[in-house]
Design a protein around this ligand. Structure first.
Ligand SMILES: Nc1ncnc2c1ncn2[C@@H]1O[C@H](COP(=O)(O)OP(=O)(O)OP(=O)(O)O)[C@@H](O)[C@H]1O
Ligand SMILES: [Mg+2]
Length: 246
């Protein structure tokens, strides 16, 4: 379901030369459209994906630390300021949803278990499940759209094995098929990015641009690597500046 149609960015004028307003990806950005029920944000480490997704979460009324619209707790105190300048344009305002943030997951688990107990998670504390098991348990048990829901994820794959990532893809398909959920996902995973019909925004090269799956960097780099790991590694270890050359 398409709930959030577009976000417009209103920057202070003049634009402050400090975080978050000086991120290269945002330099020429006025707005970002969400034309499909699933949107991915990709880009190198530090390109600004989390900053934008946390700002979206805050502007949409979620706790920027992660959780549902009602979650109220503090972890490391995220306040990215950008949110104040975001104007969200809704087809239908999501009254429900979830912001999954791998970075503050454990603080959220503490909060969840204080208010819910363990019952919604198979009667077992999320802390007693493995890192990846606890992610999947939360996704399966907590994210069942019964009403229009916006799901924001920041690196949901971070604890997941390749098989776990396929399990996440199946859940994404279920949410998408329910006709009730929209998902915006920051990811580095070439598995997740393969989700059919998704919009992929790259934050690389000083702009946010739409790319297709097969031209996306996670796909390209993984494919080149897997085609000939020995050749790839020889090049990697020879290169003087590893990161820039790839
Ligand atoms: N609170 C902050 N104060 C100052 N700079 C920050 C703050 N948070 C992030 N940054 C900087 O802003 C840039 C973008 O960070 P952000 O976390 O949005 O990147 P990202 O694309 O999510 O990266 P990753 O893939 O590593 O998660 C980084 O260079 C980071 O150092
Ligand atoms: Mg990030």
């Amino acid at each position: 379901m398409l709930l959030l149609r577009e976000v417009r960015f209103q920057f202070p004028d003049p634009r402050p030369n400090r975080y978050p307003w000086n991120l290269a990806a945002l330099a020429h950005l006025d707005s970002l459209a969400f034309p499909t029920p699933v949107t991915f944000f990709i880009g190198d480490n530090g390109s600004g994906k989390s900053t934008v997704i946390e700002s979206l979460a805050q502007a949409a009324g979620f706790n920027p630390e992660g959780g549902s619209r009602h979650a109220r707790y503090d972890a490391v105190h995220t306040d990215v300021h950008l949110a104040q300048g975001l104007h969200l344009i809704w087809n239908l305002k999501a009254m429900s949803g979830f912001f999954f943030r791998a970075e503050s997951f454990f603080a959220y688990v503490n909060y969840l278990e204080d208010i819910d107990g363990f019952d919604p998670y198979g009667g077992r504390s999320l802390h007693q499940q493995s890192h990846g098991e606890s992610f999947l348990s939360l996704f399966r048990n907590r994210l069942n759209p019964h009403q229009p829901s916006l799901y924001l994820f920041d690196e949901p794959e971070s604890a997941l094995s390749p098989t776990g990532q396929l399990a996440f893809l199946r859940l994404l398909k279920e949410w998408s098929d329910s006709g009730l959920a929209q998902a915006i996902i920051a990811t580095h995973s070439p598995f997740l990015l393969a989700f059919p019909g998704a919009t992929i925004y790259s934050f690389d090269d000083g702009a946010i641009t739409a790319v297709n799956y097969m031209e996306s960097k996670p796909y390209q780099l993984t494919r080149t690597f897997l085609e000939a790991p020995d050749v790839f590694l020889r090049e990697l270890f020879r290169a003087e500046d590893h990161v820039d050359e790839f």
